[in-house]
Design a protein around this ligand. Structure first.
Ligand code: TYM
Length: 342
């Protein structure tokens, strides 16, 4: 429960565990860019979440800067939105501990991402991987964030954050302390983009951990690489249908049309009016042209920013100070509510 009356605040994060791809862009980063001009926004690099599975230290540092550069290349202005590495604001970890004592084991047992990531060998997974969604709740609530732009795969984690906020408010009889954060899954462009699938298998989400290079379009890819990956993308032998219903049971076709929809801003009905009856020999080159037009310039800017790690680190340090100035007083209040000496 929550009677929270505070201001609207947007927050989201991306794990620093690999290269940014089209799914991250359409499911998250593009929404971050749009929201920064409308609301107070905080966007962080989830390096503490990344180490729930093994990360080479040097590579982790590079990946963290890569994501910062991806944010900025896509249009996030660090002077407008607050951009920072999670590990530089200690309030996240402090609140996560208290939330570990609020969340119930049964709630975590239901988390499907842990089951997917831990696989059959759950006994050997880190404890951090198990309590990962509790840290995620702390990331959000340490800023009393009210809205969280994410892809569809994060829906369950957001529900857990709401459960933790509600239980904290209830147990400590502070019904207006934490908001119940709302996921923002549909973008300004509608449903398209909430879940982008692998280019090699339309039933699997596009993921940084996919072993196949061709499964993902990375923000770093240049025009040639993008065109090649779309040409090789799995499709089927039929022509495109003239209406969206005809895409059911055709996961690869549905995904490629979904990418076109998300990047063009058109509805899938409009896209199919244009391409219905055409085969992939016609649709794929049109899609490649659109992806190159929208993504290749981001890749260029990304490479330029990555060449200046000093600038990126300076901007992140400033962001972390701003973030801490919001989060620290919240943690102080939480400690008082819980009964720690202040
Ligand atoms: P992560 O790093 O897996 O993904 C970052 C964002 O990208 C979205 N996304 C996708 N959207 C559409 N299609 C896809 N194929 C696709 N793949 C990824 C994700 O939904 C996400 O929005 N647990 C989070 C990171 C996190 C976080 C938070 C997010 C940590 N703390 C607090 C919000 C608030 C994660 O692993 O995202």
């Amino acid at each position: 429960m929550s009677d929270y009356q505070g201001p609207m605040r947007v927050l989201s994060g991306i794990q620093t565990s690999g290269e940014m791809h089209l799914g991250n862009y359409l499911g998250a980063i593009r929404k971050f860019v749009a929201l920064q001009h409308q609301h107070e926004c905080l966007y962080f690099l989830a390096d503490m979440h990344a180490v729930t599975v093994w990360q080479d230290p040097e590579q982790l540092r590079r990946q963290t800067l890569h994501i910062a550069a991806s944010f900025m290349a896509a249009g996030i202005d660090p002077e407008t939105a607050t951009v920072f590495p999670q590990s530089q604001v200690r309030a996240h970890a402090e609140l996560a501990w208290i939330f570990n004592c609020v969340a119930r084991l049964g709630w975590l047992d239901r988390m499907t991402q842990f089951k997917d990531k831990a696989g059959k060998n759950a006994e050997r997974a880190s404890v951090g991987l198990y309590t990962y969604p509790v840290l995620q709740a702390a990331d959000i609530l340490v800023y009393k964030a009210t809205h969280v732009p994410v892809g569809e795969d994060q829906k369950q984690h957001l529900e857990l954050s709401r459960d933790i906020a509600g239980k904290f408010n209830h147990d400590y009889e502070k019904p207006d302390f934490f908001p119940l954060p709302e996921p923002l899954i549909k973008g300004e462009f509608g449903e398209a983009g909430a879940r982008i699938m692998s280019l090699r298998d339309g039933s699997k989400k596009m993921s940084k951990s996919d072993p196949s290079e061709n499964a993902c379009i990375f923000l770093r890819d240049d025009a040639d690489a993008i065109a090649k990956k779309i040409k090789k993308a799995k499709s089927d032998a039929d022509a495109l249908p003239s209406e969206p219903d005809g895409l059911e049971d055709r996961p690869e076709a549905k995904n490629l049309v979904g990418i076109y929809t998300a990047l063009s801003g058109k509805s899938s009905a409009e896209v199919l009016v244009e391409f219905g009856g055409q085969g992939f020999g016609v649709f794929k080159p049109a899609l490649a042209e659109l992806v190159v037009e929208k993504i290749a310039p981001i890749g260029e800017e990304l490479r330029r920013l990555e060449a200046d790690p000093g600038y990126l680190q300076g901007a992140l340090r400033t962001g972390a100070e701003k973030a801490a100035s919001i989060a620290d007083p919240v943690v102080r209040e939480v400690k008082d509510i819980v009964g720690f000496l202040t």
